[in-house]
Design a protein around this ligand. Sequence first.
Ligand SMILES: Nc1ncnc2c1ncn2[C@@H]1O[C@H](COP(=O)(O)OP(=O)(O)O)[C@@H](O)[C@H]1O
Ligand SMILES: [Mg+2]
Length: 143
Amino acid sequence: MNLPDLSAMEQFGARIAGHLKAGDVIALSGGLGTGKTTLARAILRALGHEGEVPSPTFTIIESYDHLDPPVVHADFYRLEDPSEVEQLGLDDYRDGAVLIAEWPDHAGGFAVEPGCLQITLEIAGNGRKAIVEGGKDWLERLP
Ligand SMILES: Nc1ncnc2c1ncn2[C@@H]1O[C@H](COP(=O)(O)OP(=O)(O)O)[C@@H](O)[C@H]1O
Ligand SMILES: [Mg+2]
């Protein structure tokens, strides 16, 4: 899928936001600067979040409990081992919420979960390209 500019990111984020339910994971892969946080912000804004969306690079986890569904935005880049996810208490944060995960592979990956939508972003000219893969659950929701 081509995402030539920021408005394409906003639209894609809004499309995802319209289908989210608690327990889902939006796994955002791709190198530094490929647009993972941009897409996370677009999803959060489409869900009605009006404040800032700090990049969770240093805090690792940011929670948006006031949204419906609530969202946990995580950036696992700094994890050195997937086992550190437990120490973060991720399961408690995720309870009843959607997880938007940057660098999901650093947390062991979430692809085995049926509610996981995997999006891999890459640079394409001045814009971005996305490879989107989802379980059966997502294929029905995002045809
Ligand atoms: N589809 C796009 N087209 C052009 N620029 C984009 C697009 N998506 C994101 N960007 C820009 O890329 C830069 C890095 O984005 P960011 O979301 O911080 O990347 P990441 O979280 O993957 O490191 C930002 O300046 C952002 O505005
Ligand atoms: Mg980022």
